[in-house]
Ligand binder design. Structure first.
Ligand code: SIN
Ligand code: FE
Length: 260
């Protein structure tokens, strides 16, 4: 499910207009902001311009956290804020490897930052100054998709998590859950039949709108659009109203063992 707030506009001030250019990107596809350190990254901007971008994302980060605080009081005190981003690149036609190609349906999973079973809740605002929408495809039920691919998802061998952490491939321990979610992300993206024929609908988010989704569960593909803010929040499964419907518990049922 995607929670759509059609009239909740995040306002970019005139003085912040310099962020509306893909040229502000360094090598990555997003500029990002780490609420833990207050630092911005992924941009070629320097000096006062960089500070403007940093403050714009920081302001979005605060607004998104406040929105979740008020909209989802159940998670108060349990949800933690991860990175926020500003995405100035046009999504349509972007050249990238299949694994990084977010125009293919997928669920989110982070290679370097394991969530260890916790949920990925994301807040998005389309701020396109020309009024262009952000266009997504939204796929079917997680349980159905996980069941389709479960047989091809293999448990990591014992010891691999410790090695990945020692080598700093991961920032914390990659649990069996994280390993399976990364594989699920890849299996979905590389399956052309799944991409074309699985149940899905096109959803268009107008400029000036905001939406929220558990993107570890809602399969999605971003097809077109430019200039979007995003904030990632992480929520423990025991904060859920129906923990049994979390990807962690669904994969545990399918695999017949604890995963995190
Ligand atoms: C994604 O999380 O796959 C991309 C979403 C977006 O940038 O609209
Ligand atoms: Fe995604």
């Amino acid at each position: 499910m995607v929670l759509f707030l059609p009239d909740l506009r995040f306002i970019v001030d005139a003085a912040e207009g310099l962020i509306f250019s893909p040229a502000i990107l360094s090598s990555s596809k997003n500029t990002s902001f780490d609420p833990a350190t207050g630092a911005a990254s992924g941009t070629t901007l320097a000096g006062a311009d960089r500070e403007r971008l940093r403050l714009a994302i920081a302001r979005f980060s605060d607004a998104a956290a406040s929105l979740v605080h008020h909209l989802l009081p159940r998670y108060q005190g349990k949800v933690s804020r991860a990175r926020a981003s500003f995405r100035p690149a046009e999504v349509a036609g972007r050249q990238t490897s299949w694994r990084k190609d977010d125009t293919r349906l997928h669920v989110d999973s982070f290679p370097a930052s394991p969530v260890q079973g916790r949920r990925i809740l994301r807040v998005f605002s389309n701020v396109n100054p020309e009024g262009r929408p952000r266009s997504w495809r939204v796929g079917g039920e997680f349980e159905v998709i996980a069941s389709r691919f479960a047989g091809g998802l293999s448990l990591p061998w014992p010891g691999s998590a410790a090695i990945l952490q020692t080598l700093r491939v991961t920032r914390s321990r990659r649990t069996a859950y994280d390993a399976l979610m990364l594989q699920l992300h890849d299996r979905m993206k590389e399956d052309a039949d799944f991409q074309e024929r699985s149940p899905q609908e096109v959803v268009s988010f107008p400029s000036g709108s905001t939406w929220l989704a558990f993107t570890d569960q809602v399969s999605h593909a971003a097809m077109a659009g430019q200039y979007q803010f995003e904030q990632t929040l992480v929520v423990p499964v025991d904060a859920m109203m129906e923990e049994a419907r979390s990807p962690l518990r669904i994969l545990e049922r399918l695999k017949g063992r604890r995963l995190a």
